[in-house]
Write a protein of this length. Structure first.
Length: 370
């Protein structure tokens, strides 16, 4: 190999970086190794990239997308650092970093531990949240100085953990500042997300990054609280519990009547039907009116004995005690008058019947010898 061929192999005259399709690198250092960059070399910066030159640890020129011929007229900072004079065409040694300016989408975030907050309806409560975000490099200079430094290949995974920590911390602040009830958060994810994004922006900017989008996908309660809310919602949907109980009882009776389990099953079904029928009957009674115990009806009044009386050789009556007392007062009936009632063997004098003895207590006895 000739001398000129050897010297030509030590000079780099094309500087570029083509990102692979599955690339996760945010910043890539061009592999210069021991070679020198030829003065007048071609620099190609593609769309979605920025290129930065670092000379002896000091950041120099930064290039936007385009093709450049590396000369003193388009390398002002590096030319000043190197002390080149106009027209000096010697090669130079400098590190070239390509920075990916594209957006890094579908980045996941979530709360590792529940967030405690005071809800106006439920009081102290715990919630969890998760979602996605999109970020990109906003300021290549700050990004190189704060994060990349001398890393030859800075990848996304090296910063995503820190970004998640920032997001969760600022999201917690945003939830507290929003003061939105838990049951209303589902309709305010966008509002909560904007508040959180505004709080994260300054902190990410200090690292040269920009949070372009932030999404809250879900805010959830602990499982036991969600179960209690489900029961509360179920009760609200049912509405009138008395009518619902009646309906359930009727459905159960129908199912029992259709029981195909044979004679034993039929007996069980009948018993269940009777029990459910009693339950249905009790459910039909309005809860506002307590059931009153039934009061037994009194037995019928005893029927007064009716007596027939012999008056002037004729049978008269029948008369009850009140009617007989009237006859005694009229004088048409006396102690010796014959009377008869059901159950008596024959006609007897009135004074001999115990029931009628009281009718004559106010009358004097008959005169002696009469």
């Amino acid at each position: 190999m000739g001398l000129f061929s050897k010297l030509g192999g030590e000079f780099i005259d094309i500087i570029e970086w083509t990102e692979p399709s599955n690339n996760t690198v945010l910043c890539h250092r061009f592999p210069r190794y021991a070679n020198e960059i030829k003065y007048g070399a071609k620099l190609t910066v593609r769309e979605g990239q920025m290129a930065a030159f670092v000379n002896e640890g000091q950041l120099a020129d930064v290039y936007a997308p385009g093709m450049y011929t590396l000369e003193t007229n388009n390398m002002p900072i590096l030319s000043t650092l190197k002390g080149w004079k106009y027209g000096f065409n010697s090669p130079f040694k400098a590190e070239v970093y390509f920075i990916s300016m594209r957006q890094w989408t579908d980045q996941k975030w979530g709360t590792a531990n529940p967030i405690m907050l005071r809800d106006p309806e439920f009081g102290p409560i715990r919630i969890r949240a998760f979602g996605t975000y999109v970020f990109r490099v906003g300021d290549p200079t700050t990004f190189l100085r704060q994060l990349v430094v001398t890393d030859p290949s800075f990848e996304a995974y090296e910063i995503t953990s820190q970004l998640r920590n920032v997001i969760v911390s600022r999201f917690t602040d945003a939830i507290g500042a929003a003061k939105i009830p838990v049951l209303d958060m589902a309709g305010n994810y966008e509002k909560v997300g904007k508040i959180a994004q505004e709080r994260m922006t300054p902190e990410l900017a200090s690292m040269g990054l920009t949070l372009t989008q932030f999404f809250v996908e879900n805010i959830s309660l602990p499982p036991e609280v969600e179960q209690a809310l489900d029961k509360r919602s179920q009760m609200s949907v049912l509405g009138n519990l008395d009518k619902y109980t009646q309906f359930q009882s009727a459905e159960a009776i129908r199912d029992a009547a259709q029981n195909p389990s044979g004679a034993a099953g039929a007996g069980i079904g009948i018993g269940a039907g009777i029990a459910l029928g009693n339950q249905m009957a009790s459910a039909m009674i309005p809860t506002a009116q307590p059931v009153q115990p039934a009061v037994a009806a009194p037995p019928p009044l005893p029927t007064a004995t009716q007596f027939f009386v012999a008056i002037n050789g004729q049978q008269a009556g029948p008369f009850d005690l009140r009617g007989l007392a009237a006859k005694v007062a009229e004088g048409t009936m006396s102690r010796s008058s014959l009377v008869w009632a059901t159950g008596m063997a024959s006609w007897s004098t009135a004074e001999s019947v115990p029931e009628l003895a009281a009718l004559f207590t106010h009358l004097p006895p008959p005169l002696p010898g009469m």
